[in-house]
Design a protein around this ligand. Structure first.
Ligand code: KG4
Ligand code: ZN
Length: 348
C-alpha cells in the first residue's frame, strides 16, 4: 500500500496505529487498531446492568458512568494492545450521533489524549463506524454491499458502495427495531434488554399462532414498528391468558419478516454482492438464520459479524478513523459533538 498524505500532512499507512474511543450510548469502549484492520486490543465496558432497573438507558446515569469508566477502559486498552503511548499515531472518537452527555465524555478524553501525546484527533460518525465493523472481521468483503444496521437507536438499510460512498436506502419512520423489542419485552414483563429475552422466549413458541401485522411490507424500504408494538399490546389485553412464548415468537417473526424482506429488496435494487448485519439486533438468532437463507437463495454473500463486533465498540471507531484520517485529515481540536448527525459523505 502506498503512503497517502493527509491534509494534516501526516502519512497514513498500514502501520498507522489509532486509539479509538466510543461513548455514544451505554458502552464505554476503547481500542487500539493498526492500519485500520488489525485489532491490537478492544475493551468494552457495558452499562447494561446499571440501566436494567430503569428499563432503558437513562442519559444522565450513562454520562456519569462514562466519566467513571473512561480512564480505566482506555488504560486497559493500551495495556492489552502491547503498544506504548509513543506508538499511537492518532486518536479517533465518536462525535455523533448519540447522547450528548455521553458523547462529551469520550470527546473530552480523546482531545486530552491527542493534546498530551501531540497526535491528530479524528472525530468520526458512529453509524459510519458500524459499517466499518464488518470490514474488520471480513477484510475480503466486496463492494457494493447492503448493510442492515439494527440497534436500539437505529434501523437503517445502507448501500455501502465503497469507502466514504453510502446511499441510505431506508430507515424507520418511528421506533427502531431494538426499541420495539425492548418495549414489547417490557410489556410482557421479560425485563431489559428485551431483545435477548424475546429471542429466548420465542424459541419455545409458535410463530404462526398469532398473526401480527407486517407494516409497509411492499411499500418501499422504510420501516414502521410502532403499530406492531401496539398490536402486541392490544392482543395481550384482549387475551390475558395468551401464552407469552407465542406472543414473543409471533412478534419476532413479524419483525424479522419485514427486516429480511426489505433488506432483500434493497440488495436487489442496488445490485449488492452481499448483505451484512450490524447493531445489537443483529444478534437475533432468527434474523441471522433468515438473512443467510435469503443470501443463499439469491446468490449473495451473507456477512454476520460476531456479536462483539455488531454491538458498540471502539475498534470500529478506530477503523473508520484510519480511513477518515487518510481521506480528510485530522479534525480541529475545537470540534464539537453532534448528537443528531446523519450519515457523512452520502451519495444520492
Ligand atoms: O447496538 P446495541 O448494543 O446498542 C445500541 O442501541 O446502540 O443494541 C441494543 C439493542 C437493544 O434494543 C436490544 O434489545 C437489542 O439490541 N438486542 C436484540 C438481541 N440482542 C440485543 N434484539 C433482538 N434479538 C437479540 N438477540
Ligand atoms: Zn451503535
Amino acid at each position: 500500500m502506498n503512503d497517502m498524505v493527509t491534509t494534516a500532512g501526516m502519512p497514513v499507512h498500514e502501520r498507522t496505529t489509532i486509539l479509538g474511543v466510543e461513548t455514544s450510548c451505554d458502552e464505554t469502549a476503547a481500542a487500539v487498531v493498526r492500519g485500520g484492520r488489525d485489532i491490537l486490543s478492544s475493551v468494552v465496558s457495558s452499562q447494561v446492568d446499571l440501566h436494567a432497573r430503569f428499563g432503558g438507558v437513562v442519559p444522565e446515569v450513562a454520562s456519569r458512568a462514562h466519566v467513571a469508566l473512561i480512564t480505566p477502559v482506555v488504560a486497559q486498552a493500551m495495556v492489552e494492545s502491547g503498544v506504548t503511548d509513543a506508538d499511537i499515531d492518532a486518536v479517533a472518537v465518536t462525535a455523533g450521533p448519540g447522547l450528548v452527555g455521553s458523547l462529551l465524555v469520550g470527546m473530552s478524553a480523546a482531545k486530552a489524549l491527542a493534546l498530551a501525546w501531540d497526535v491528530p484527533l479524528v472525530g468520526v460518525n458512529h453509524l459510519e463506524a458500524h459499517l466499518y465493523a464488518s470490514l474488520l472481521e471480513e477484510p475480503a468483503l466486496e463492494f457494493p454491499l447492503l448493510v442492515l444496521i439494527v440497534s436500539g437507536g437505529h434501523t437503517l438499510l445502507v448501500g455501502f458502495h465503497g469507502h466514504g460512498q453510502y446511499r441510505i436506502m431506508g430507515s424507520t419512520l418511528d421506533d427502531a427495531a431494538g426499541e420495539a423489542f425492548d418495549k414489547v419485552a417490557r410489556y410482557l414483563g421479560l425485563g431489559y434488554p428485551g431483545g435477548p429475552a424475546i429471542d429466548r422466549e420465542a424459541m419455545a413458541g409458535d410463530p404462526e399462532a398469532i398473526a401480527f401485522p407486517r407494516a409497509m411490507l411492499d411499500n418501499g424500504f422504510d420501516f414502521s414498528f410502532s403499530g406492531l408494538k401496539t398490536a402486541v399490546i392490544n392482543h395481550v389485553r384482549r387475551h390475558p391468558d395468551v401464552s407469552t412464548v407465542d406472543v414473543a415468537a409471533g412478534f419476532q417473526q413479524a419483525v424479522v419478516d419485514v427486516l429480511v424482506h426489505k433488506a432483500r429488496g434493497a440488495a436487489r435494487a442496488m445490485g449488492a454482492k452481499g448483505i451484512c448485519l450490524s447493531g445489537g439486533v443483529a444478534a437475533n438468532s432468527q434474523l441471522r438464520e433468515a438473512i443467510l437463507d435469503v443470501c443463499v437463495a439469491d446468490g449473495l454473500h451473507g456477512y454476520l459479524p460476531s456479536r462483539t463486533m455488531c454491538t458498540d465498540n471502539a475498534a470500529m471507531v478506530a477503523a473508520v478513523g484510519w480511513w477518515r484520517l487518510m481521506a480528510d485529515g485530522a479534525s480541529p481540536l475545537d470540534i464539537g459533538v453532534v448528537p443528531g448527525i446523519g450519515f457523512p459523505g452520502t451519495i444520492g
